[in-house]
Design a protein around this ligand. Structure first.
Ligand code: SF4
Length: 63
């Protein structure tokens, strides 16, 4: 399955971990954002790792 959509729910603490793990997809400013126009398929493993590692579990995706 290919990840078709990623979003960040409320309560991101801007810890920076998702950007550290996958800077191609996540950009953390006041809160984490998904960089537009990225081919998620190229970064599936890192996206899943970031979602798993997020301390407040706000990274969601649809496969
Ligand atoms: S890992 Fe989670 S809490 Fe940390 S910046 Fe990313 S989305 Fe926000």
């Amino acid at each position: 399955m290919v990840i078709s959509k990623i979003w960040i729910e409320e309560d991101c603490t801007a810890c920076g971990l998702c950007e550290e793990i996958c800077p191609e997809v996540f950009k953390v400013e006041e809160v984490a954002k998904v960089i537009p126009g990225v081919n998620f398929g190229e970064y599936e493993d890192k996206i899943k790792e970031a979602a798993k590692s997020c301390p407040v579990e706000v990274i969601r995706y649809i496969e």
